[in-house]
Design a protein around this ligand. Structure first.
Ligand code: APR
Ligand code: PHB
Length: 381
Protein backbone atom coordinates (compact mmCIF):
# COMPACT_ATOMS: atom_id res chain seq x y z
CA UNK A 1 0.00 0.00 0.00
CA UNK A 2 1.07 3.54 -0.72
CA UNK A 3 -0.13 6.99 0.21
CA UNK A 4 1.25 10.51 0.27
CA UNK A 5 0.93 11.20 4.01
CA UNK A 6 0.57 8.49 6.66
CA UNK A 7 -1.11 9.82 9.80
CA UNK A 8 -0.76 7.94 13.08
CA UNK A 9 -3.57 8.70 15.55
CA UNK A 10 -7.18 9.84 15.14
CA UNK A 11 -7.34 12.46 17.88
CA UNK A 12 -7.99 16.12 17.08
CA UNK A 13 -4.49 16.54 15.57
CA UNK A 14 -4.58 13.54 13.20
CA UNK A 15 -8.19 14.01 12.12
CA UNK A 16 -7.82 17.74 11.48
CA UNK A 17 -4.60 17.20 9.54
CA UNK A 18 -6.30 14.51 7.46
CA UNK A 19 -9.16 16.88 6.74
CA UNK A 20 -6.92 19.79 5.70
CA UNK A 21 -4.82 17.57 3.41
CA UNK A 22 -7.86 15.96 1.86
CA UNK A 23 -9.28 19.40 1.04
CA UNK A 24 -5.99 20.28 -0.65
CA UNK A 25 -6.12 17.11 -2.74
CA UNK A 26 -3.37 15.29 -0.85
CA UNK A 27 -3.98 11.60 -0.28
CA UNK A 28 -3.63 10.40 3.30
CA UNK A 29 -4.38 7.41 5.50
CA UNK A 30 -5.19 7.65 9.23
CA UNK A 31 -4.31 4.73 11.52
CA UNK A 32 -5.83 4.61 15.01
CA UNK A 33 -5.16 1.96 17.63
CA UNK A 34 -8.41 2.44 19.58
CA UNK A 35 -11.99 1.73 18.55
CA UNK A 36 -14.18 4.44 17.05
CA UNK A 37 -16.42 4.26 20.10
CA UNK A 38 -13.49 4.79 22.45
CA UNK A 39 -12.16 7.76 20.47
CA UNK A 40 -15.58 9.40 20.27
CA UNK A 41 -16.38 9.09 23.95
CA UNK A 42 -13.14 10.05 25.62
CA UNK A 43 -13.84 13.03 27.87
CA UNK A 44 -11.41 15.84 27.27
CA UNK A 45 -11.21 19.62 27.35
CA UNK A 46 -13.80 21.94 25.94
CA UNK A 47 -12.51 25.47 25.32
CA UNK A 48 -11.80 26.48 21.71
CA UNK A 49 -9.82 29.61 20.96
CA UNK A 50 -11.32 31.77 18.27
CA UNK A 51 -8.54 30.75 15.85
CA UNK A 52 -9.33 27.06 16.46
CA UNK A 53 -13.04 27.59 15.89
CA UNK A 54 -12.31 29.58 12.70
CA UNK A 55 -10.09 26.81 11.36
CA UNK A 56 -12.77 24.16 11.92
CA UNK A 57 -15.25 26.32 10.02
CA UNK A 58 -12.78 26.88 7.16
CA UNK A 59 -12.17 23.14 7.00
CA UNK A 60 -15.90 22.56 6.59
CA UNK A 61 -16.39 20.79 9.92
CA UNK A 62 -17.67 23.71 12.00
CA UNK A 63 -21.35 23.58 11.27
CA UNK A 64 -22.58 21.85 14.43
CA UNK A 65 -20.05 23.78 16.52
CA UNK A 66 -21.49 27.04 15.20
CA UNK A 67 -24.98 25.82 16.11
CA UNK A 68 -24.32 24.20 19.47
CA UNK A 69 -21.10 25.79 20.71
CA UNK A 70 -21.52 28.50 23.34
CA UNK A 71 -19.58 31.72 22.82
CA UNK A 72 -18.11 33.19 26.01
CA UNK A 73 -16.77 36.71 26.34
CA UNK A 74 -15.22 36.44 29.80
CA UNK A 75 -14.08 34.18 32.64
CA UNK A 76 -14.21 34.61 36.41
CA UNK A 77 -11.34 34.37 38.86
CA UNK A 78 -12.35 33.67 42.45
CA UNK A 79 -10.18 34.23 45.52
CA UNK A 80 -10.75 35.41 49.09
CA UNK A 81 -14.35 34.33 48.59
CA UNK A 82 -15.05 36.84 45.82
CA UNK A 83 -15.42 36.54 42.06
CA UNK A 84 -13.77 38.93 39.64
CA UNK A 85 -14.65 38.93 35.96
CA UNK A 86 -11.93 39.08 33.33
CA UNK A 87 -13.71 40.57 30.29
CA UNK A 88 -11.82 38.65 27.60
CA UNK A 89 -13.49 40.23 24.58
CA UNK A 90 -13.29 43.77 25.88
CA UNK A 91 -9.57 43.35 26.50
CA UNK A 92 -8.73 41.69 23.17
CA UNK A 93 -10.49 43.78 20.56
CA UNK A 94 -13.59 41.59 20.53
CA UNK A 95 -12.12 38.09 20.48
CA UNK A 96 -13.88 35.29 22.33
CA UNK A 97 -13.81 31.57 23.11
CA UNK A 98 -16.24 28.81 22.18
CA UNK A 99 -17.36 26.15 24.65
CA UNK A 100 -17.61 22.93 22.63
CA UNK A 101 -16.26 19.59 23.85
CA UNK A 102 -13.23 18.00 22.23
CA UNK A 103 -15.42 14.89 22.12
CA UNK A 104 -17.81 16.74 19.81
CA UNK A 105 -14.98 18.09 17.63
CA UNK A 106 -13.71 14.53 17.18
CA UNK A 107 -17.19 13.19 16.33
CA UNK A 108 -17.66 15.90 13.69
CA UNK A 109 -14.25 15.19 12.14
CA UNK A 110 -14.87 11.44 12.02
CA UNK A 111 -18.32 11.94 10.46
CA UNK A 112 -16.79 14.20 7.77
CA UNK A 113 -14.03 11.68 7.11
CA UNK A 114 -16.42 8.78 6.71
CA UNK A 115 -18.52 10.86 4.36
CA UNK A 116 -15.54 11.77 2.19
CA UNK A 117 -14.46 8.15 2.01
CA UNK A 118 -10.79 8.82 2.81
CA UNK A 119 -9.18 5.90 4.64
CA UNK A 120 -9.46 5.87 8.43
CA UNK A 121 -8.64 2.58 10.15
CA UNK A 122 -9.59 1.95 13.77
CA UNK A 123 -8.22 -0.76 16.07
CA UNK A 124 -5.01 -1.19 14.09
CA UNK A 125 -2.50 -3.34 15.96
CA UNK A 126 1.25 -3.16 16.44
CA UNK A 127 1.92 0.12 14.67
CA UNK A 128 5.63 0.69 14.02
CA UNK A 129 7.57 3.26 11.96
CA UNK A 130 10.52 2.43 9.69
CA UNK A 131 13.13 4.13 7.52
CA UNK A 132 12.02 7.59 8.58
CA UNK A 133 15.06 9.30 7.04
CA UNK A 134 14.45 8.30 3.41
CA UNK A 135 11.48 6.07 2.51
CA UNK A 136 9.10 6.02 5.45
CA UNK A 137 6.95 2.98 6.00
CA UNK A 138 4.32 2.29 8.63
CA UNK A 139 3.77 -1.32 9.60
CA UNK A 140 0.54 -2.35 11.31
CA UNK A 141 -1.35 -5.58 11.78
CA UNK A 142 0.76 -7.48 9.22
CA UNK A 143 0.49 -4.76 6.55
CA UNK A 144 2.83 -2.07 5.33
CA UNK A 145 2.06 1.45 4.18
CA UNK A 146 4.68 3.39 2.19
CA UNK A 147 4.43 7.16 2.48
CA UNK A 148 6.21 10.34 1.41
CA UNK A 149 5.79 11.74 4.92
CA UNK A 150 4.56 10.49 8.29
CA UNK A 151 2.60 12.65 10.75
CA UNK A 152 2.95 11.46 14.35
CA UNK A 153 -0.37 12.56 15.86
CA UNK A 154 -0.60 9.69 18.35
CA UNK A 155 -0.61 11.59 21.62
CA UNK A 156 1.77 11.51 24.56
CA UNK A 157 1.85 7.69 24.83
CA UNK A 158 2.08 6.95 21.11
CA UNK A 159 4.80 5.20 19.09
CA UNK A 160 5.93 8.15 16.97
CA UNK A 161 8.08 10.08 19.42
CA UNK A 162 9.84 6.93 20.71
CA UNK A 163 10.62 5.98 17.08
CA UNK A 164 13.08 8.85 16.86
CA UNK A 165 16.63 7.61 17.60
CA UNK A 166 18.05 8.35 21.05
CA UNK A 167 19.98 11.59 21.34
CA UNK A 168 18.00 13.48 18.67
CA UNK A 169 15.34 15.01 20.86
CA UNK A 170 15.80 17.42 23.69
CA UNK A 171 13.14 16.96 26.36
CA UNK A 172 11.93 19.70 28.72
CA UNK A 173 9.65 18.51 31.47
CA UNK A 174 7.97 19.43 34.73
CA UNK A 175 5.56 17.42 36.84
CA UNK A 176 3.21 18.98 39.36
CA UNK A 177 2.61 17.44 42.78
CA UNK A 178 -1.17 17.55 42.33
CA UNK A 179 -3.91 16.55 39.90
CA UNK A 180 -7.53 17.31 39.08
CA UNK A 181 -10.52 15.21 40.00
CA UNK A 182 -13.13 15.96 37.34
CA UNK A 183 -16.81 15.15 37.09
CA UNK A 184 -19.32 15.50 34.29
CA UNK A 185 -22.78 16.12 35.75
CA UNK A 186 -26.23 16.20 34.18
CA UNK A 187 -27.18 19.56 35.59
CA UNK A 188 -27.34 23.12 34.25
CA UNK A 189 -24.10 25.01 34.99
CA UNK A 190 -24.30 27.10 38.15
CA UNK A 191 -22.38 29.96 36.56
CA UNK A 192 -22.75 31.58 33.14
CA UNK A 193 -18.99 31.73 32.67
CA UNK A 194 -16.06 29.53 33.70
CA UNK A 195 -14.97 30.08 37.30
CA UNK A 196 -11.31 29.45 38.21
CA UNK A 197 -11.18 29.42 42.02
CA UNK A 198 -8.19 29.79 44.32
CA UNK A 199 -8.97 28.42 47.78
CA UNK A 200 -6.86 27.48 50.80
CA UNK A 201 -8.04 23.85 50.41
CA UNK A 202 -7.00 23.87 46.75
CA UNK A 203 -8.03 24.94 43.25
CA UNK A 204 -11.49 24.34 41.81
CA UNK A 205 -12.99 24.98 38.37
CA UNK A 206 -16.57 25.34 37.21
CA UNK A 207 -16.93 24.63 33.51
CA UNK A 208 -19.60 23.25 31.21
CA UNK A 209 -20.23 21.30 28.04
CA UNK A 210 -23.75 22.49 27.22
CA UNK A 211 -26.73 24.20 28.89
CA UNK A 212 -27.55 20.82 30.51
CA UNK A 213 -24.06 19.49 31.28
CA UNK A 214 -21.65 20.80 33.91
CA UNK A 215 -17.95 19.93 33.99
CA UNK A 216 -16.37 20.51 37.41
CA UNK A 217 -12.94 19.96 38.87
CA UNK A 218 -11.21 20.03 42.26
CA UNK A 219 -7.48 19.90 42.91
CA UNK A 220 -6.44 16.61 44.56
CA UNK A 221 -3.21 14.64 45.01
CA UNK A 222 -1.74 13.45 41.70
CA UNK A 223 -2.19 9.83 42.81
CA UNK A 224 -5.61 10.35 44.38
CA UNK A 225 -7.86 7.28 44.39
CA UNK A 226 -11.22 8.11 42.78
CA UNK A 227 -12.83 5.50 45.01
CA UNK A 228 -12.28 7.85 47.95
CA UNK A 229 -14.50 10.42 46.27
CA UNK A 230 -18.16 9.43 46.36
CA UNK A 231 -20.36 12.00 44.59
CA UNK A 232 -21.43 13.73 47.81
CA UNK A 233 -17.85 14.35 48.80
CA UNK A 234 -17.09 15.94 45.41
CA UNK A 235 -20.12 18.24 45.62
CA UNK A 236 -19.30 19.15 49.21
CA UNK A 237 -15.72 20.01 48.32
CA UNK A 238 -16.87 22.11 45.36
CA UNK A 239 -19.31 23.97 47.62
CA UNK A 240 -16.56 24.70 50.13
CA UNK A 241 -14.16 25.98 47.48
CA UNK A 242 -16.47 27.88 45.11
CA UNK A 243 -19.77 28.42 46.96
CA UNK A 244 -23.32 27.13 46.48
CA UNK A 245 -24.08 25.22 43.27
CA UNK A 246 -26.85 23.02 41.94
CA UNK A 247 -26.11 19.30 42.17
CA UNK A 248 -27.12 16.64 39.67
CA UNK A 249 -26.40 13.06 38.58
CA UNK A 250 -22.68 12.42 38.06
CA UNK A 251 -22.10 10.79 34.66
CA UNK A 252 -18.30 10.50 34.72
CA UNK A 253 -15.54 10.87 37.27
CA UNK A 254 -11.76 10.66 36.92
CA UNK A 255 -8.38 11.94 38.05
CA UNK A 256 -5.94 13.65 35.66
CA UNK A 257 -2.28 14.28 36.44
CA UNK A 258 -0.65 17.57 35.55
CA UNK A 259 2.45 17.82 33.43
CA UNK A 260 4.39 20.24 31.26
CA UNK A 261 6.42 18.60 28.49
CA UNK A 262 8.12 19.68 25.27
CA UNK A 263 10.16 17.55 22.84
CA UNK A 264 12.38 19.48 20.43
CA UNK A 265 12.59 19.48 17.48
CA UNK A 266 9.13 18.31 16.45
CA UNK A 267 10.53 16.52 13.41
CA UNK A 268 13.02 13.87 12.39
CA UNK A 269 13.72 12.88 8.79
CA UNK A 270 10.32 12.57 7.19
CA UNK A 271 8.43 12.23 10.49
CA UNK A 272 6.58 15.28 11.83
CA UNK A 273 5.14 15.26 15.37
CA UNK A 274 1.99 17.24 16.16
CA UNK A 275 -0.17 17.79 19.24
CA UNK A 276 0.27 15.80 22.45
CA UNK A 277 2.91 13.59 20.76
CA UNK A 278 5.27 16.57 20.99
CA UNK A 279 4.04 18.63 23.93
CA UNK A 280 1.79 18.57 26.99
CA UNK A 281 0.46 21.48 29.04
CA UNK A 282 -1.36 21.34 32.37
CA UNK A 283 -5.09 21.91 31.72
CA UNK A 284 -5.37 25.19 33.64
CA UNK A 285 -4.87 27.37 30.54
CA UNK A 286 -7.17 25.24 28.33
CA UNK A 287 -4.46 25.14 25.63
CA UNK A 288 -3.93 21.42 24.79
CA UNK A 289 -6.48 21.05 22.00
CA UNK A 290 -5.76 24.52 20.62
CA UNK A 291 -2.04 23.78 20.34
CA UNK A 292 -2.74 20.52 18.53
CA UNK A 293 -4.89 22.31 15.96
CA UNK A 294 -2.35 25.14 15.56
CA UNK A 295 0.40 22.55 14.84
CA UNK A 296 -1.50 20.76 12.10
CA UNK A 297 -2.53 24.00 10.43
CA UNK A 298 1.15 24.86 10.01
CA UNK A 299 1.99 21.29 9.01
CA UNK A 300 -0.76 21.09 6.38
CA UNK A 301 0.35 24.37 4.81
CA UNK A 302 3.98 23.22 4.73
CA UNK A 303 3.06 19.88 3.14
CA UNK A 304 0.90 21.58 0.50
CA UNK A 305 3.72 24.03 -0.32
CA UNK A 306 6.17 21.14 -0.67
CA UNK A 307 3.96 19.16 -3.07
CA UNK A 308 3.25 22.30 -5.10
CA UNK A 309 6.78 23.65 -5.46
CA UNK A 310 9.14 20.94 -4.30
CA UNK A 311 10.56 23.51 -1.90
CA UNK A 312 11.27 22.03 1.54
CA UNK A 313 11.69 25.36 3.31
CA UNK A 314 8.31 25.39 5.07
CA UNK A 315 8.63 21.73 6.07
CA UNK A 316 12.11 22.36 7.43
CA UNK A 317 10.76 25.36 9.36
CA UNK A 318 7.79 23.42 10.80
CA UNK A 319 9.26 22.74 14.23
CA UNK A 320 10.51 26.29 14.84
CA UNK A 321 7.22 27.75 13.64
CA UNK A 322 5.22 25.57 16.07
CA UNK A 323 7.53 25.87 19.04
CA UNK A 324 7.11 29.62 19.35
CA UNK A 325 3.41 29.13 20.07
CA UNK A 326 4.07 25.99 22.11
CA UNK A 327 6.44 27.78 24.49
CA UNK A 328 4.08 30.73 24.90
CA UNK A 329 1.32 28.27 25.86
CA UNK A 330 3.73 26.35 28.12
CA UNK A 331 4.51 29.51 30.02
CA UNK A 332 0.90 30.66 30.21
CA UNK A 333 -0.36 27.26 31.42
CA UNK A 334 2.41 27.00 34.01
CA UNK A 335 1.69 30.54 35.18
CA UNK A 336 -2.08 30.01 35.52
CA UNK A 337 -1.42 26.70 37.29
CA UNK A 338 1.04 28.22 39.75
CA UNK A 339 -1.20 31.18 40.50
CA UNK A 340 -4.27 29.10 41.27
CA UNK A 341 -3.21 25.82 42.94
CA UNK A 342 -2.45 25.10 46.56
CA UNK A 343 1.23 24.27 46.76
CA UNK A 344 2.37 22.98 50.15
CA UNK A 345 6.05 23.31 49.22
CA UNK A 346 5.67 27.03 48.52
CA UNK A 347 4.26 27.61 52.00
CA UNK A 348 2.62 30.76 53.32
CA UNK A 349 5.02 32.98 51.40
CA UNK A 350 3.92 31.34 48.16
CA UNK A 351 0.25 31.73 49.07
CA UNK A 352 0.69 35.46 49.69
CA UNK A 353 2.40 35.84 46.30
CA UNK A 354 -0.51 34.05 44.61
CA UNK A 355 -3.06 36.34 46.23
CA UNK A 356 -1.06 39.41 45.27
CA UNK A 357 -0.87 38.19 41.67
CA UNK A 358 -4.62 37.47 41.60
CA UNK A 359 -5.38 40.96 42.94
CA UNK A 360 -3.07 42.39 40.29
CA UNK A 361 -4.67 40.59 37.33
CA UNK A 362 -8.14 41.57 38.52
CA UNK A 363 -7.38 45.26 39.12
CA UNK A 364 -4.73 46.24 36.55
CA UNK A 365 -5.96 46.48 32.96
CA UNK A 366 -2.43 45.76 31.74
CA UNK A 367 -2.19 42.54 33.76
CA UNK A 368 -5.74 41.45 32.87
CA UNK A 369 -5.02 42.08 29.17
CA UNK A 370 -1.99 39.84 29.34
CA UNK A 371 -4.08 37.00 30.78
CA UNK A 372 -6.91 37.66 28.30
CA UNK A 373 -4.80 37.70 25.14
CA UNK A 374 -3.10 34.46 26.09
CA UNK A 375 -6.39 32.83 27.05
CA UNK A 376 -8.20 33.65 23.80
CA UNK A 377 -5.03 32.79 21.86
CA UNK A 378 -2.37 35.10 20.47
CA UNK A 379 -2.46 35.72 16.75
CA UNK A 380 1.26 36.41 16.57
CA UNK A 381 3.69 34.73 18.94
N1 APR B 1 -1.09 3.77 16.85
C1 APR B 1 -2.18 4.44 16.39
N2 APR B 1 -2.83 5.36 17.14
C2 APR B 1 -2.37 5.60 18.37
C3 APR B 1 -1.22 4.95 18.89
C4 APR B 1 -0.57 4.01 18.06
N3 APR B 1 0.49 3.34 18.49
N4 APR B 1 -1.00 5.41 20.15
C5 APR B 1 -1.96 6.31 20.40
N5 APR B 1 -2.80 6.43 19.34
C6 APR B 1 -3.98 7.30 19.22
C7 APR B 1 -4.77 7.46 20.49
O1 APR B 1 -5.63 6.36 20.72
C8 APR B 1 -5.51 8.75 20.23
O2 APR B 1 -6.75 8.53 19.61
O3 APR B 1 -3.58 8.61 18.89
C9 APR B 1 -4.61 9.51 19.28
C10 APR B 1 -3.98 10.73 19.92
O4 APR B 1 -4.98 11.65 20.24
P1 APR B 1 -4.90 12.67 21.47
O5 APR B 1 -4.28 12.00 22.64
O6 APR B 1 -6.25 13.26 21.62
O7 APR B 1 -3.83 13.76 20.98
P2 APR B 1 -3.94 14.97 19.95
O8 APR B 1 -4.70 14.60 18.74
O9 APR B 1 -2.55 15.50 19.86
O10 APR B 1 -4.85 16.04 20.67
C11 APR B 1 -4.42 16.78 21.77
O11 APR B 1 -5.92 15.86 23.33
O12 APR B 1 -5.06 15.05 25.34
C12 APR B 1 -5.79 16.04 24.73
O13 APR B 1 -5.42 17.95 26.07
C13 APR B 1 -5.06 17.31 24.89
O14 APR B 1 -6.77 18.54 23.98
C14 APR B 1 -5.49 18.02 23.69
C15 APR B 1 -5.60 17.03 22.63
C1 PHB C 1 -13.08 21.83 30.72
O1 PHB C 1 -14.21 22.30 30.48
O2 PHB C 1 -12.89 20.61 30.74
C2 PHB C 1 -11.97 22.75 30.99
C3 PHB C 1 -12.17 24.11 30.88
C4 PHB C 1 -11.14 24.98 31.14
C5 PHB C 1 -9.91 24.50 31.53
C6 PHB C 1 -9.70 23.13 31.61
C7 PHB C 1 -10.74 22.25 31.36
O3 PHB C 1 -8.91 25.36 31.81
Amino acid sequence: MRTQVGIVGAGPAGLTLGRLLERAGIENVILESRSRDHVEHRIRAGVLEQGTADLLVEAGVGERMQREGIVHHGIELQFDGERHRVPLSELTGGRSIVIYGQTEVVKDLIAARLESGSPLHFEVEDVSLHDLEEHPRIRFGGEELECDLVAGCDGFHGVSRPSIPPGVLRIYEREYPYGWLGILAAVAPSSDELVYAHHERGFALLSLRSPELSRLYVQVRHDEDVAEWPDDRVWEELRTRVGPLTRGPVLEKGVTGMRSFVAEPMQYGRLYLAGDAAHIVPPTGAKGLNLAIADVKILAEAIVAWYESGDRARLDGYSDACLRRVWRAEHFSYWMTSMLHRDDDAGEFGRMLQLSQLRYVTTSTAAATSLAENYVGLERV
